[in-house]
Ligand binder design. Structure first.
Ligand code: IDP
Ligand code: MG
Length: 134
């Protein structure tokens, strides 16, 4: 199986609510490794590029505003099938539809404020690592 890297970030609502430790613990207890981690305020340029694929959708403007509303925790996560495995640990986009025990089910407060981001492919991961870590 392929060793991959993925980009993940704990979104502003989960940082503000004090769930960083619990979320990081879930990755530490998984077979994945946290390679890089940093608390940071994103720039508008980073968020617009990071969510470029959603430009023009009704949820895009409030999503950009939300992602700029407070600090996030940026992470590079690696391991076997890291992209898919990270998304399993995160759960579905809508916290109400996410499997119990996933990060989004436990810490997401709405579809928009769903606590965590994870890349959707190795290509997106490389692009997002470059956008967010430079
Ligand atoms: P993903 O984060 O599970 O990959 P995407 O479809 O790529 O989901 O959407 C990116 C982000 O945009 C979501 O994580 C969520 O924060 C937000 N989002 C997606 N769909 C909606 C929606 O219908 N309403 C509000 N926010 C949304
Ligand atoms: Mg996505």
């Amino acid at each position: 199986m392929a060793i991959e890297k993925t980009y993940s970030m704990i979104k502003p609502n989960a940082v503000a609510a004090g769930h960083v430790g619990e979320i990081i613990t879930r990755f530490e207890r998984s077979e994945l490794s946290i390679e890089r981690i940093e608390l940071a305020a994103l720039t508008p340029e980073q968020v617009k590029l990071g969510y470029e694929e959603h430009e023009g959708k009704p949820f895009y403007p409030p999503l950009i505003e939300f992602m700029l509303s407070g600090p996030v925790v940026k992470m590079v996560i690696s391991g076997e099938n890291a992209v898919a495995r990270c998304r399993e640990i995160m759960g579905a986009t809508d916290p109400e539809k996410a499997e119990p025990g996933t990060i989004r089910a436990d810490f997401g407060t709405s579809v928009r404020e769903n606590a965590i981001h994870g890349s959707d492919s190795p290509e997106s991961a490389a692009r997002e690592i470059s956008i967010y870590f430079g």
